[in-house]
Write a protein that binds this ligand. Structure first.
Ligand code: FMN
Length: 346
């Protein structure tokens, strides 16, 4: 349970107003950023305002491609972001089962024409977009949930992988391997840089991720609770109120598992899963999953349907600016790296 005192104590110790030094890892060098911190694509949250704020703070912000209804809408969003930052930012392209197939070639064409330097792919294997992106020199980070999918991504020319552990918000896949196992397994097998995704919140997460073999961290849920995240205040307050016990896995029988914040829609969906058993189809759950994000994220209708949220919500107790969040993460990480070795005798 959050107490103001605990938060104050932690940040009073770590958050000193001194210039935060750059940290170099294979990820910062690959992407041209100051700190190894990425904001993952988030439907109806990853707009230009958030992406630019993260990039201006020295991380890598991400515009969520499919939130834009057409390739030309994506072009406008990219231009808006470019007007707000001269730092690198990414576009997320998600390949998940959807009712209408998005215009992926059109989105890729716009990404290349607008000079975006990084693409985060997710969902299915991004083979179909690789030739166009690689020819244009775009760096591709494929986000996936298993070692075998990471190896496949490496074999088709992805520059890095973002490994999403079981604790992540969004789609954790069907293998249920948490990051304490998944990251070192991936590090043992891969040559390309690895980003730890899922459960990342602060400097402790960053140092732990580095220790487990990652070259940086990707945060989704944590970046939703920031001042610049363009989602409704109700969403941010729900994140602050929730604990690590408040997420649920839905759509597992459809093999499209999603980790969401528990609400009445999640309960209704889980009841349907029990009642319909093997016979359940996507049509049966459309009321809880279709067209939900604009209602929740923009209008603040918290019970309108299910929406992604990671277990890391239990570590979220405030709504900082992206700059404050990234700076204090780096200050804390540096302090842990310096001090822990003095506190442990070998
Ligand atoms: C509200 C929300 C929406 C998301 N939408 C997408 C998406 O459209 N595409 C995608 O690749 N990942 C999506 N994600 C996953 C994030 O990019 C990231 O991988 C994940 O949140 C990491 O786990 P964390 O929430 O524990 O930080 C979403 C996550 C959240 C919380």
């Amino acid at each position: 349970m959050y107490t103001g005192f605990v938060v104050f104590k932690r940040f009073a110790v770590i958050y000193q107003a001194k210039k935060v030094q750059r940290m170099r890892t294979r990820i910062t060098e690959l992407l041209g950023i100051d700190y190894p911190i990425i904001q993952g694509g988030m439907h109806y949250v990853g707009f230009a305002e958030l992406a630019a704020a993260v990039s201006n703070a020295g991380g890598l912000g991400t515009i969520t491609g499919l939130t834009q209804k057409s390739a030309e809408d994506l072009r406008n969003e990219i231009r808006k972001c470019k007007a707000m930052t001269d730092k690198p930012f990414a576009v997320n392209l998600t390949f998940l089962p959807s009712l209408a197939t998005p215009d992926y070639p059109g989105y890729v064409k716009v990404i290349v024409e607008e000079g975006v330097t990084v693409v985060e792919t997710a969902g299915r294997n991004p083979q179909q977009v690789m030739p166009a992106l690689k020819e244009a020199g775009v760096k591709v980070i494929h986000k996936c949930t298993s070692v075998r999918h990471s190896l496949k991504a490496q074999s088709i020319g992805c520059d890095a992988v973002s490994v999403d552990g079981f604790e992540c918000g969004g789609h954790p896949g069907e293998d249920d391997v948490p990051n304490f196992i998944l990251l070192p397994r991936a590090a043992d097998e891969l040559e390309i840089p690895i980003v730890a995704s899922g459960g990342m919140a602060d400097g402790r997460s960053l140092v732990a991720a580095l220790a487990l073999g990652a070259d940086g961290i990707n945060m989704g849920t944590r970046f939703m609770a920031t001042q610049e995240a363009p989602c409704h205040q109700n969403v941010k307050e729900a994140l602050i109120a929730a604990t690590e016990l408040d997420t649920r896995l839905v759509m597992r029988p459809l093999r499209n598992t999603e980790r969401v914040l528990n609400n009445s829609a999640a309960q209704k969906l889980l009841e349907k899963e029990i009642n319909l058993g093997d016979k359940i189809k996507i049509d049966d759950v459309l009321d809880q999953v279709a067209g939900v994000y604009p209602k929740v994220m923009l209008d603040g209708e918290m019970e309108a349907g299910v929406w992604s949220c990671g277990m890391v919500v239990g570590l979220i107790n405030d709504i900082p600016s992206c700059k404050d969040l990234i700076e204090r993460t780096m200050v804390e990480a540096k302090s842990i790296l310096e001090k822990r070795s003095q506190q442990v005798s070998i």
